[in-house]
Design a protein around this ligand. Structure first.
Ligand code: 4NP
Length: 163
């Protein structure tokens, strides 16, 4: 079986997608699947390239045991659509932007993270950047939920795992 590479994508790569990256990495490690599932994140925009995640995202994440401090923002680039099996957008605007950038033949790799969440009516991880602290808690709740669903969907296809 082939390992699966996943890239989470938001606008700035300083709030939602680094949170999703850290949450998924922790769940993959807890499941003993680090050889099989690799994770990364990026932004569609370039304003924050090279920056550490927003301090509000870092603080909220660290309260739940996720360390974002070593992550640095980068912008999505053309080779990412080849490198990653799944390019998971946080919201509909990110999805539309990614679909424009992605070569048509690889477009099925580009999806919404919340497709894997437990609440079918919730399609987006809401942008917390201009809001209060509760927005960052909701991002964490949504990422934990959707990453659990994503891991459950990936597991049956990985070597040594059964459905
Ligand atoms: P993110 O949040 O896309 O979850 O990283 C944002 C970060 C920065 C901006 C907007 C959203 N901004 O406008 O600079």
């Amino acid at each position: 079986m082939k390992p699966v590479a996943i890239c989470f994508v938001c606008l700035g790569n300083i709030c939602r997608s680094p949170t999703a990256e850290a949450v998924m990495r922790a769940q993959v490690e807890a499941a003993g699947l680090t050889e099989w599932i690799t994770v990364d994140s990026a932004g569609t925009g370039d304003w924050h390239v090279g920056e550490a995640p927003d301090h509000r995202a870092q603080t909220a994440a660290s309260r739940r045991g996720f360390d974002l401090s070593g992550l640095r923002a980068r912008q999505i680039a053309a080779p990412d659509f080849e490198r990653f099996d799944l390019v998971l957008a946080m919201d509909a605007a990110n999805l539309a932007h990614l679909r424009q950038l992605c070569p048509p033949a690889l477009r099925s790799r580009v999806r919404l993270l919340m497709e894997f969440g437990s609440q079918p009516a919730v399609n987006e991880v809401a942008d917390p950047y201009f809001g209060g602290g509760e927005g960052f808690e909701l991002v964490l709740d949504q990422c934990e939920d959707a990453c659990r669903g994503l891991l459950a969907r990936l597991r049956p296809g990985l070597a040594g795992e059964t459905a």
